[in-house]
Write a protein that binds this ligand. Structure first.
Ligand code: ATP
Ligand code: MG
Ligand code: MG
Ligand code: MG
Length: 476
């Protein structure tokens, strides 16, 4: 089942069930707590927070999402994109747990002839929050699944709040078992790929109070009107229904891998590290294009910096696949062709997108050229001294001044018959990271209310703003 069809069926199911269809919001919303929209509920926040009356009791959307916090997972797990589409259904004081579970169950296991996804009920594993007996019993009744298949979980995965006083509630995550060839048995385990989370149901029922030193935001009451917020990952469902290994091989992402194979002359599936690079390229090309599509340009700050990092990581990965010529405009075209049926603005606005990626790639390639000269000098010096190890200080200088990723230095050093003093390099990186953190804390972020931004980033433990200091730590 194609990705477009998965989205279409979702919308049709919920529109038929009385939900108002709401288009995706831009990835960039005027929300100081978020760099990018990262969930379907974001555009409905005022209704959930009681700041505005909901214009409809039920809504459904397919929301563009970017989660840069997942960047290190990309290409290495089977299920994390930096850009993905979250299908959601929302109830504002209308139906609650029973309705949400029933809808999800019916759509997931409903027969394909009748508009469902046709997943085998024997492979579905729902989880509920440990104290949520109500959800547990509803799952038993609605799905008929045996008790041991409905697992109780702690707050980390199965309780949701916004990190601020306000609504919160238990969640129910729905997993699909891909079978014994994907890992050990026994039910969903975080960070394993046998059981794939496809859908998350949030039951907003509690009011959470001010932050306490002991409990994050203790429950201080019940919401007068209970809400439903759900999110189903379209790419994950596509991966499972298309019978491919991971989300990067689904119909809308894979074409970029094919293009990268043409550029590199290497074959996807032949070498593990190369495969990760192919997947990173395909994932980042899509998120890069979608982010530019919503009006961001590469820069050294905020969203523009995240974008820059994504684009440069593509170029770097292509280089590690042996490609020397410019790749970004070509990859952007492939993304446009895959995504424009859902997002026609990508086609009408393509010249702007092309120009942005082209300029960024040229700038980065210049950096790489300058860095290569420094590298050659360092190699000559090392060899003249009869040493076999390139000093960590040099690797750090290349990284720090020329934006030269450490993996590139390692590879080029190996080609020159040298090793790199990685311990020294890591120590210098650590030092710099500590400095950058201290610096970021003492600095306000440009305009707007940077303080909120900062707080949220700190809380999330994100390092997006620490310049290039964390690039080297990251996998290729
Ligand atoms: P995971 O535990 O696998 O990281 P999550 O619990 O963080 O997922 P949610 O915040 O519950 O994800 O988001 C709702 C749904 O969106 C998930 O059930 C999943 O199907 C999808 N999803 C979340 N993150 C990603 C991602 N990085 N790439 C693709 N799909 C995603
Ligand atoms: Mg996650
Ligand atoms: Mg989860
Ligand atoms: Mg979840």
């Amino acid at each position: 089942m194609q990705t477009h069809e998965i989205a279409r069926r979702f919308t049709e199911h919920f529109v038929t069930a009385g939900h108002t269809r709401v288009p995706s919001a831009s990835l960039i919303l005027d929300d100081p707590t978020l760099l990018f929209v990262n969930a379907g509920m974001v555009q409905f926040k005022p209704y959930f927070l009681g700041e505005a009356p909901p214009p409809y009791p039920r809504a459904t959307s397919i929301q563009k999402c970017v989660r840069t916090g997942d960047i290190d997972e990309v290409g290495r797990t089977t299920r994390h994109n930096t850009f993905f589409q979250m299908a959601g259904n929302f109830s504002f004081g209308d139906y609650f747990k029973a309705g949400a579970i029933e809808h999800a169950w019916n759509l997931v296991t409903g027969s394909r002839d009748a508009g469902g996804y046709g997943f085998d009920p024997d492979r579905i594993w729902p989880t509920v929050y440990r104290d949520d007996d109500e959800a547990f019993e509803l799952w038993r009744r609605i799905s008929g699944l045996p008790a041991e298949r409905i697992q109780r979980r702690g707050g980390k995965d199965n309780y949701w709040d916004m990190g601020v006083p306000g609504p919160g509630g238990p969640c129910s995550e729905i997993f699909y078992d891909r079978g014994p060839e994907h890992g050990r048995e026994g039910g969903p385990v975080a960070d394993e790929d046998r059981y794939i989370e496809i859908w998350n149901l949030v039951f907003m029922q509690d009011v959470r109070g001010e932050l306490s030193p002991k409990d994050e935001h203790p429950p201080i009451g019940s919401l007068p009107k209970k809400n439903i917020d759900t999110g189903m990952g379209i790419e994950r469902v596509a991966c499972l229904l298309q019978g491919v290994d991971n989300v990067y091989e689904t119909d809308l992402v894979r074409p970029v891998i094919a293009r990268a194979e043409e550029f590199s002359g290497r074959r996807y599936g032949a070498d593990h590290e190369d495969d990760v690079r192919f997947r990173v390229i395909a994932d980042h090309a899509r998120s890069g294009v979608m982010i530019i599509g919503d009006g961001v340009t590469p820069s050294n700050e905020g969203r523009g910096y995240v974008l820059r990092r994504l684009l440069r990581r593509i170029v770097r990965s292509a280089r590690l696949l042996g490609v020397r010529e410019p790749v970004l405009p070509a990859f952007a075209e492939v993304v446009r062709d895959a995504m424009a049926p859902s997002y026609p603005e990508l086609a009408t606005d393509f010249e702007r997108i092309r120009a942005a990626v082209q300029a960024e790639e040229e700038a980065f390639l210049q950096t790489l050229t300058a860095g290569s000269r420094i590298f050659d000098t360092a190699v000559a010096e090392t060899k003249r001294q009869g040493a076999l190890v390139l000093p960590g200080d040099r690797a750090f200088q290349l990284h720090d001044t020329y934006g030269f990723p450490i993996d590139l230095t390692l590879e080029m050093a190996a080609e020159a018959g040298l090793q790199v003093d990685r311990d020294r390099f890591a120590a210098l990186m650590d030092e710099q990271r500590t400095r950058a953190k201290a610096d970021a804390r003492s600095r306000k972020v440009g305009h707007g209310d940077g303080s909120i931004y900062r707080t949220v980033l700190d809380r999330a433990g994100d390092t997006e703003f620490l310049g290039y200091t964390d690039l080297a730590a990251e996998a290729t």
